[in-house]
Structure formats: C-alpha cells, structure tokens
Design a protein around this ligand. Structure first.
Ligand code: SF4
Length: 106
C-alpha cells in the first residue's frame, strides 16, 4: 500500500489528507493538474472545472477528499467533485439538518 498525498500543487500537497489505497487518486499524475484549480473568470475556467469534476466522480477518494475539504475550509479548487460554492451549500445544509434534528421531538 502507498500513502497518497495531494497531487495538484506543492502548496496543496501538504493539505491533502493521507489516504491509503491500492490506487492513486484520479488527479495524481494527471497531465493537466491545473484544471483542479481553474482560474476564476478565465475563458477556460468552466471547461476546466467540468473536466476536474468528471475525474473526481470517477475517483475512489471522492468522499474522503470532500470531507477533508469541508473540514479544513478549502476555499480554492475542486475537491471531491465540488467547487467552493457547492461546499458552502453542503455545510449550510448540514448545519440546517443538525439544527432541525436537534429541535425535533424524540
Ligand atoms: S476526488 Fe478529485 S480532487 Fe479529490 S483526490 Fe479524487 S480526483 Fe483528486
């Protein structure tokens, strides 16, 4: 088994949670790693994000990758198939559900 760390950039390599698996994350060693960090407002950003998300949806690490990004408030890039706005919505929904469950009768 090999511990896989982040794949995108050196600055993100230290942020990637150590994950153990037989297979590498889909983004590790990708020929175009910049697609996981599309430059906002650029002409190709939407296309890059779509390609990154498609790769994430095929990745065995999707769930732990997303949970790591949520737990560490990753504000940039595609993590676990989501962009930052989507992660904010997930966290908001979880907080809403927790509050609703806390207030529901048992
Ligand atoms: S889910 Fe996406 S960003 Fe996360 S390790 Fe897999 S390919 Fe990389």
């Amino acid at each position: 088994m090999t511990a896989h760390l982040d794949r995108h950039t050196p600055s993100h390599a230290s942020a990637r949670p150590p994950l153990m698996a037989e297979t590498a994350p889909a983004c590790e060693g990708a020929p175009d790693p910049e697609i996981w960090f599309p430059e906002r407002g650029s002409d190709v950003a939407i296309e890059q994000e779509a390609h990154a998300k498609a790769a994430c949806f095929r990745c065995d690490y999707r769930s732990p990758c997303l949970e790591f990004a949520l737990a560490t408030d990753q504000r940039y890039g595609i993590w676990g198939g989501t962009n930052h706005n989507q992660r904010v919505r997930i966290l908001t929904r979880r907080r809403y559900d927790e509050a609703a469950n806390a207030g529901s009768p048992r």
